[in-house]
Design a protein around this ligand. Structure first.
Ligand SMILES: C[S@@+](CC[C@H](N)C(=O)[O-])C[C@H]1O[C@@H](n2cnc3c(N)ncnc32)[C@H](O)[C@@H]1O
Length: 227
C-alpha cells in the first residue's frame, strides 16, 4: 500500500525547488483539481481529502523562511512538524540543523510525500501517519505548525494542543498567511515574509506569510523566537 502511494505521488508531481526556498526540493503538482480527482479514483472515495501534500502552503513557506534566517530556533533540537503535508517544515528544519525531525499528517498520501521529499533532500524525517491532536504533545523541543487554520474543526483542536505543548516548555512556531480561523490574540508575531504560492490554491500568487510564537494558556511566549 505504502509503495503504491509513493508511486501515485511520483506519477502526479514533479520534483522542483520551492519558490523562495530553493534549497528545499519537493514533489509538487501544478493543478489541484486534476490530482484531487485522481486521489478520489485511486481511493474510490468521493470525499477524499484535497491533496494538500502536493503543494507548499503559505504558512509552511513562512516557517521555512524563518528557519533559514533563524537556524538557532531548531539547530541541534528535536522538531515535530504537525500537519506536515509535503513535509516542508520538517525538511526546512533539517536544513537549518535540527538534530531530528518528525512529520505528522492524517493523510496517507502525505506520509508517502514526506518520505519521498525527505529522501529527495537527502534528509531523514520520521513519518507519523495518525491524528496526534488527541494525544499528549510529543517529547520534542520544538513544534512547527504550518497552515493549520484554514478550517474550523482543525483550528479548534490545534490551538489547545499547541498551548499544552507550550505549557510544557516546548517552543511552538506557527506559520500562516492570514487564514480565517487564525487566533491572532493567542499568538505573538515574530516575522513576516512575502511568499509565492499559486492561484491554484489562493486568490493571489504572492501572499504575506507570518510566523508566530504561541502563548501558553494564560502564559507568555517570551522564551521562544530567535535564538
Ligand atoms: C494546508 S496543509 C499544510 C501543509 C504544510 N504544513 C505546509 O504548510 O505546506 C494542512 C495539512 O494538515 C493536515 N491535517 C489536517 N488535520 C490534521 C490532523 N488532525 N493532524 C495532522 N494533520 C492534519 C492535512 O492533511 C494537510 O496535509
Amino acid at each position: 500500500m505504502a509503495a503504491s502511494r509513493r508511486a501515485f505521488v511520483l506519477r502526479h508531481t514533479h520534483l522542483r525547488p520551492v519558490p523562495g526556498l530553493e534549497e528545499v526540493r519537493l514533489h509538487l503538482a501544478d493543478e489541484v483539481l486534476h490530482v484531487w480527482s485522481a486521489v478520489q479514483i485511486e481511493t474510490d472515495d468521493p470525499d477524499a481529502a484535497l491533496p494538500y501534500w502536493a503543494f507548499a502552503w503559505g504558512g509552511g513557506l513562512a516557517i521555512g523562511r524563518y528557519l533559514r534566517e533563524n537556524p538557532g530556533a531548531v539547530a541541534g533540537r528535536r522538531v515535530f512538524d504537525v500537519a506536515s503535508g509535503s513535509g516542508l517544515c520538517a525538511i526546512a528544519a533539517m536544513h537549518a540543523g535540527a538534530a531530528q525531525a518528525t512529520g505528522a499528517d492524517i493523510d496517507a498520501f502525505a506520509a508517502a510525500a514526506i518520505e519521498l521529499n525527505a529522501r529527495a533532500n537527502g534528509r531523514r524525517v520520521t513519518v507519523v501517519c495518525r491524528d496526534v491532536l488527541d494525544e499528549e504533545p510529543p517529547d520534542v523541543d520544538v513544534i512547527l505548525a504550518g497552515d493549520c487554520w484554514y478550517e474550523a474543526c482543525l483550528a479548534g483542536r490545534v490551538l489547545p494542543w499547541l498551548q499544552r505543548a507550550r505549557g510544557r516548555g516546548i517552543d511552538v512556531l506557527v506559520g500562516d498567511p492570514g487564514r480565517r480561523y487564525l487566533p491572532t490574540e493567542e499568538l505573538v508575531e515574530l516575522a513576516s515574509y512575502d511568499v509565492r504560492t499559486t492561484t491554484e490554491l489562493e486568490d493571489l500568487e504572492r501572499k504575506q506569510g507570518w510566523v508566530y510564537a504561541v502563548r501558553s494558556a494564560g502564559g507568555s511566549a517570551s522564551s521562544q523566537g530567535r535564538k
